[in-house]
Write a protein that binds this ligand. Structure first.
Ligand code: B16
Ligand code: MG
Length: 218
């Protein structure tokens, strides 16, 4: 049997925080005179905080000073953390806990590969910190998705070759990063948006039985 390594994105895969990012960025965009659309929000998923604000400014067609840029970043994170601080284990997405428990029981190594600088706080809030052998997040990598760095560091920390890693992602940028890393990419969400993934499922509930069975045959 191959030594598989599993790498999970956080926002939108393990927890339902993508909607909190959307609400907070919508407010930022509004203050910049721009109405953030759902389609534009898809382009922000998996993208670092700094790059997200750069994109919003581009869509708004305005330039601001470095000082205002940093103030907007701080404000956005403050708004976002207000939602995060209310999170509990109820915010874990359906099927995730059982899925990770199952692969851990089978001794597969498990990593977190997230762009978020808030990842440790979120994992603490929902009680999942102990589920990961390594945590690679926005505090430990410099290049943001779609750059593959976050997943390559995850693979290295797990001691698994990139081609034997399976990445779970909800974002266009994250699937691109996993593909660039030479890993198997699994999209969680809409097939229309994540069509460049190797596989797409609606949720972990769908993957559970089917996917592990296939793996064990390899
Ligand atoms: P923060 P992921 C990403 O997390 C989010 O999808 C993205 O919307 C966010 O801008 C980015 O983290 C940075 O997050 O502001 O908390 O540092 O999906 O890679 O887990
Ligand atoms: Mg995500």
């Amino acid at each position: 049997m191959k030594k598989w390594g599993f790498i999970f994105d956080l926002d939108g895969v393990i927890v339902d925080t993508a909607r909190f990012h959307f609400l907070a960025w919508k407010k930022t965009a509004y203050e910049l005179g721009h109405e953030l659309t759902q389609a534009q929000n898809e382009k922000l998923k998996g993208v670092s905080r700094v790059d997200s604000l750069k994109k919003i400014l581009e869509w708004a067609g305005i330039e601001i000073s470095e000082e205002r840029f940093n103030t907007f970043l701080e404000e956005k994170n403050k708004d976002y953390l207000e939602y995060v601080n209310k999170m509990t284990s109820d915010d874990i997405l359906p099927g995730v806990f059982d899925f990770i428990s199952k692969i851990r029981k089978q001794k597969y190594p498990v990593a977190l590969g997230s762009a978020s600088k808030n990842a440790p706080r979120i994992l603490e809030k929902v009680g999942l910190m102990q589920m990961f052998d390594t945590i690679v997040d926005g505090n430990s990598v410099t290049k943001a998705k779609p750059d593959p760095e976050v997943f390559l560091v995850g693979a290295e920390n797990l001691g698994v070759d990139p081609e034997n890693c399976i990445v779970f992602e909800d974002s266009e940028a994250g699937i691109e990063a996993a593909n660039k890393a030479g890993m198997t990419s699994i999209g969680l969400g809409d097939k229309e948006i994540l069509g460049h993934a190797d596989y797409v499922f609606n949720s972990f509930k769908e993957i559970d039985a089917y996917f592990i069975e296939q793996l064990e045959k390899i």
